[in-house]
Design a protein around this ligand. Sequence first.
Ligand code: NFC
Length: 572
Amino acid sequence: DSSGKRVVVDPVTRIEGHMRCEVNLDANNVIRNAVSTGTMWRGLEVILKGRDPRDAWAFVQRICGVCTGTHALTSVRAVENALGIEIPENANSIRNIMQLSLQVHDHLVHFYHLHALDWVNPVNALKADPKATSELQQKVSPSHPNSSPGYFRDVQTRLRKFVESGQLGPFKNGYWTNPAYKLPPEADLMAVTHYLEALDFQKEIMRVRTIFGGKDIHPNWLVGGVPCAINIDGDMAAGAPINMVSLNYVADITQRCIEFVENVYIPDLMAIASYYKGWLYGGGLSNKSLLAYGDIPDKANDYSPANLMMPRGAIINGKLSEVHPVDLTDLTQVQEFVPHSWYKYEDESKGLHPWDGVTEPHYELGKGAKGTSTRIEEIDESAKYSWIKAPRWRGHAMEVGPLARYVIGYMQGNKEIKEQVDWALKTLDVPMDALFSTLGRTAARGLEAQWAARKQKYFLDKLIANIKAGDTSTANTAKFDPKTWPSEVKGVGFTEAPRGALGHWIRIKDGKIDNYQCVVPTTWNGSPRDNQGNIGAFEASLMNTKVERAEEPVEILRTLHSFDPCLACSTH
Ligand code: NFC
């Protein structure tokens, strides 16, 4: 609408990577066009060409500093798939524990540190009555250990010093006078207090991955298993990283994860959502096409949907009753398009399956764009406008992530997911359709953190039982030597990363990587237009959102942040 304004958010902060968003508002401040773009390219797929496939995990893991091992896990699975390598049961349990601990960690950090400030106003928390805050907490999270009025008074005093010093740090540049913030001061103080608690606790979670992977954020991985030995009869001094001391430590952190998510995260989520019910209807509605590859194999080496504890499937255009099977080796299913991406294909009217994928950078600003090669002032979305390719599933733009997994799992009748979703819908007194919203996406992530923490315990128990039964194997090196490999093979590895479905496709020729393509969660969600002009999930979800103040577009942040975007991943 020419009578409205153009609003630019660049950079979008509290995400990983570099993202710009432009929207056009109509005369009533309603978003009528949305364009999102990834503004930095990394080139990992190009860097990988000609390298040793057994090293690929170490390169691709550097795609991101947030989703740590998930690219590495996807990579070792792709190589194992290509070469027919089976891994020991213990390796499967350890990989699952690492992946699940990442889910819990990422979701917790996202909720409190990347997303909460879209809903919670720390400046308003200064007006709270600590006694009333204590009562509120005892009502919404009765099992939380710190609930006294004095505890909240102390936090408020710290916060006041912070605000009065003018050094707001992580709370700087918020729209703290915007009427879009709806929480009463006591809920704000409770949530800010938990923001600080979560900041402290999250560093404990990563220790799980340092035990099994030697370090974090980029732990060590291994084609054929995991690179850590087991010796439960010895102690730390005996040199095996997996011993009774370290396993007890993991058990303790796992239990604390369950407690933190159940006593703090989920109650906060429900409390905040109850004040923002408008965001459970309409606001941030996406195209309702959802995709999940599935993950967390119960038994080792079986990647069929029945053995995957996280669901696999596709839902198209909101037709929930039909969950389509997904096949990552079918050349007609996953394809990437580039007519609006800064890459070159021979024929850009067609998409390419990742086994035949091409990554050739080609930066140019469209004719209607304004700016220079180093500074964009206005995007022309009819031309190339993003470093993100446009992946499509059978030609459809898809949303991936916790919301997709939870809706697909729910429709498949997954008992655990159904119980959680039904409980949340009942607690908030809203129908199933409320899930297709900005807050629905945020809620699905919280429920999944609870699920993942519980499953982490399941696999830890399974690992310990297997070791006690006498199996200490963690790696299969039978096919590690490239001399044993066929001259040409291809494979695919997949996971459910915290932000959604992740796939790596590899072609190996004469022992070296011939082609390596990653199709990443935020590549799906943040994709630009495709050859048909279909918009991606970020763009679709912003349409028709009303913005209270065009110069303070907190509504745009709410919806974009609800996806937990990772632009470093998306552009890789
Ligand atoms: Ni980065 Fe990612 C990986 C993405 O695949 N998107 O969840 C994962 O980052 O966070």
